[in-house]
Design a protein around this ligand. Structure first.
Ligand SMILES: [Zn+2]
Ligand SMILES: [Zn+2]
Length: 348
């Protein structure tokens, strides 16, 4: 089969690779589509380590073959791939929170070969955990790749009371900022503001007909001033930090209304993840601080329903589609802020 193989950091070759054969309990998928994510970019450049030569974890595929002992997955069915696979026995896995597996979860595209290939294996552990998520017949292969990032946003937002939120402020106009905004909107948040320092990015988002109220260039307009004006000095109800900039956590907290919620969606640079915050702000204003780490099956199922019902329209977010042969060009386009790319997808 053809695959995009990491030879060394920054050197990715599209070449022949041995087509996998499904063993006991495994499922062989024909990869229909696989989206490039920011994490893939870091892996491809060698900034983040994975155990396998083929990455890609935002995957939709069709079952080609099943190994011995697989009964409820049938040839020809279409699925989105759930990335995270837990140990299956720890207390978090026991309550289906494999994203918080106490033994450290493993993932497709990290510990198992991913979707930048013509075929891939869903391992036995994944099949047993239910990591093949059925997708509606009407959903395109490309849209189905968005279940993964959307599920992560659904998870990150799960316990934030968006139904009561007047204003949600999102730092970061990338796909994750946008998907968080769409989740906030569908859950009933009244007003959604995306802040980014790239005018190119904001212009792109404005063209996509997103159901958001404000697109603010925070390099030109101070977030403090904007929030003061738009909330009559009360502050916003929710801030989502969807950019790996630790100063935004502190700044975001200063913009919150009382009883406000701050979601640290983005991981921070490992070298310097700490930020000094005023603990009395949390104490006296009763702030709520949220983490977000991948997602589990319930989040994928909700994502599937939101897309297939049309409540969330993802098709406009897919700006580019490339063949596997053009993998390196696709990576380049996805990584270039001037390219007008939001979601870039490979169709092997
Ligand atoms: Zn991803
Ligand atoms: Zn576990």
């Amino acid at each position: 089969m053809k695959a995009a193989v990491i030879k060394s950091p920054g050197d990715i070759m599209v070449e022949e690779y041995q087509k996998p054969v499904p063993g006991n309990g495994e499922v062989l998928l024909k990869v229909d589509a696989c989206a490039i994510c920011g994490t893939d970019q870091r892996v491809l450049k060698g900034e983040k380590h994975v155990d396998v030569p083929i990455v890609g974890h935002e995957i939709s595929g069709t079952v080609l073959e099943t190994g011995n002992g697989v009964s409820d997955i049938k040839k020809g069915e279409r699925y989105a791939v759930q990335t995270v696979i837990g140990c299956g026995t720890c207390p978090m896995c026991t309550i289906s929170r494999e994203n918080l597996c106490e033994n450290g979860f493993k993932a497709i595209g990290y510990q198992w070969n991913g979707g930048f290939a013509e075929y891939m294996i869903m391992p036995k552990e994944g099949v047993e955990q239910g990591c093949l998520i059925p997708v509606d017949d009407q959903m395109s292969d490309e849209e189905a790749t968005l279940l993964e990032p959307l599920s992560c946003c659904i998870n990150g937002m799960r316990i934030i009371p968006l139904e009561e939120a007047q204003t949600v402020l999102i730092f970061g106009g990338g796909i994750i900022g946008v998907l968080n905004g769409l989740v906030a909107k569908v859950r009933g948040a009244k007003s959604i503001c995306i802040m980014d320092v790239s005018q190119d990015r904001l212009d792109l988002l404005k063209k996509l007909d997103l159901p958001f109220n404000h697109f603010v260039n925070s390099a030109n307009i101070s977030p403090e001033v904007w929030v003061e004006e738009h909330t009559h000095g009360r502050g916003v109800d929710v801030v989502v930090v969807a950019a790996s900039v630790k100063a935004l956590v502190k700044q975001g907290m200063s913009l919150l209304a009382r009883d406000g919620h701050l979601s640290i969606f983005a991981g921070m640079p490992k070298s310097e993840p700490t930020e000094i915050v005023d603990l009395n702000m949390i104490h006296y204003s009763e702030f709520h601080i949220h983490g977000a780490n991948s997602s589990v099956k319930r989040d994928y199922i909700e994502a599937e329903q939101l897309i297939s019902s049309g409540l969330i329209n993802c098709s406009t977010l897919i700006t580019h589609v490339f063949s596997l042969d053009d993998f390196n060009q696709a990576v380049e386009v996805q990584g270039n802020p001037k390219s007008g790319a939001l979601k870039v997808i490979i169709k092997p």
